[in-house]
Design a protein around this ligand. Structure first.
Ligand code: PMP
Length: 420
């Protein structure tokens, strides 16, 4: 579908009207609502490989990838088989189970900085818990985050956050008290001096600095040369824990995440998305001495009815096992070719947009949101589903191949022309 044909959306629209009577904004997570681009979301009924199908039977090449987890593509046969086998054995026991140990061993093998870990059910929960652990371990009240960094929707982290929170133009959510926000210090991303000043000004008070090692909730912004190593040095000097939020980058920019790619060892790591293979999973973990404060070993309480859920563990395990070196090579190759093709269009057509990429994370950042909105709808009508906000990364999967690349570049050429 490279021609912008008149697309039928009747059944999607009808369902969204029912959803609108039920859910705030008709959705269960804000960015899905298309507020940044206008229009009505397509309701997806089925997915396979790199493609999605909506209720009206329209087909899309998918660059949302469920916002990160679907690195193998949708309905990967190994993941589905593991899930079916696990489901037949029962869906939750609330006791230890073998799969949680196996998945944890895979994670620890890929990320040696993680000596001990705890499974939770979302990235939000993981980041929130990691910071509680950091405060419990250090006995200090404050944290530093970077402007535009998104770490889920825990109160203390909704301060100058990116993702949907940035997109709606409210840096701090209503419902977060000033007292809570006051314990969150914010520095600009890629600015070591600003972090040094904060650590100095609040000497002995900062429990942790949390960072997305590749910023991916304000478009994709790679770390400046030496930035992550600089954060490591500054936090070590201040005896502040360095927390890498690798919810997006973990098992994505490299098997060992950004910490492997950039060679920096954090004290704690937060993971989600890929490690659950499309089911709800998060993890926080790191130094054994720090994790020793977590209940029942230590005084920091954190628990979960469905944590380590066997279905979620099965999906995550199948995903990590299918993520071979060849899969990472394919992701890099597709990413490089897509970046090159898009950049050629941007230059050739003199579009005011920037293309940024780290591995299989991409952004095309337009100078204004209205242009992006036109580009987005042009792509959608040509069968390419992009994240409906330019704050969000495009996610490439290992199922994206030659035909997807060709179709995406053909569609984007026309979409760029029409969005100028
Ligand atoms: N950290 C980062 C870097 C994220 O991108 C996200 C979600 N996109 C989260 C944390 C929160 O994860 P979840 O949506 O699973 O709560």
């Amino acid at each position: 579908m490279t021609e912008a044909t008149a697309i039928r959306t009747g059944r999607s629209d009808e369902l969204m009207a029912r959803a609108a009577r039920l859910f705030p904004g008709a959705v269960n997570s804000p960015v899905r609502a298309f507020r940044s681009v206008g229009g009505t979301p397509r309701v997806i009924e089925r997915a396979a490989g790199a493609r999605l199908w909506d209720m009206d039977g329209n087909e899309y090449i998918d660059y949302v990838g469920s916002w990160g987890p679907m690195i193998l593509g949708h309905a990967h046969p190994d993941v589905i088989a593991s899930l079916q086998q696990a489901a037949a054995r029962g869906t939750s026991y609330g006791t230890p189970n073998p799969l949680e140990v196996e998945l944890a061993e895979e994670i620890v093998a890929a990320m040696p900085s993680i000596e001990r870990l705890r499974f939770v059910n979302s990235g939000t929960e993981a980041a929130m818990s990691a910071l509680r652990v950091a405060r419990g371990f250090t006995g200090r009240p404050k944290i530093i985050k970077l402007a535009g960094g998104y770490h889920g929707h825990a109160d203390g982290l909704l301060v100058r956050a990116g993702s949907g929170a940035g997109g709606i133009g409210r840096p701090t959510s209503a419902g977060v008290t000033e007292a809570t926000a006051a314990d969150t210090l914010v520095a600009p991303y890629n600015d070591l001096d600003a972090v040094a000043r904060l650590l100095d000004e609040h000497r002995g008070k900062v429990a942790a600095l949390i960072v997305e090692p590749v910023a991916a909730n304000v478009g994709v912004v790679p770390p400046a040369d030496g930035y992550l190593a600089g954060l490591r040095r500054l936090t070590a000097d201040a005896e502040t824990l360095l927390v890498f939020d690798e919810v997006i980058t973990g098992f994505r920019v490299a098997r060992g995440g950004a910490q492997a790619l950039f060679g920096v060892r954090p004290d704690l790591t937060v993971l989600g998305k890929i490690i659950g293979g499309g089911l709800p999973v998060g993890v926080y973990g790191g130094r054994a001495d720090v994790m020793a404060v977590v209940a029942p070993d230590g005084p920091v309480y954190q628990a979960g009815t469905l944590s380590g859920n066997p279905l979620a563990m099965a999906a995550g395990l199948a995903t990590l096992r299918a993520l071979t070196d060849e899969a990472y090579e394919a992701l890099e190759k597709y990413g490089a070719e897509l970046e090159e093709g898009l950049s050629e269009h941007v230059e050739g057509l003199r579009v005011t947009a920037r293309v940024a990429r780290v591995g299989s994370l991409m952004t095309v950042f337009f100078d204004d949101d209205a242009r992006f909105a036109r580009f987005f709808h042009n792509m959608l009508d040509r069968g390419v589903m992009l994240p409906p906000s330019q704050q969000e990364a495009w996610f490439i999967s290992a199922a994206h191949g030659e035909s997807e690349l060709e179709q995406t570049l053909a569609a984007s050429r026309q979409a760029f022309e029409e969005s100028r």
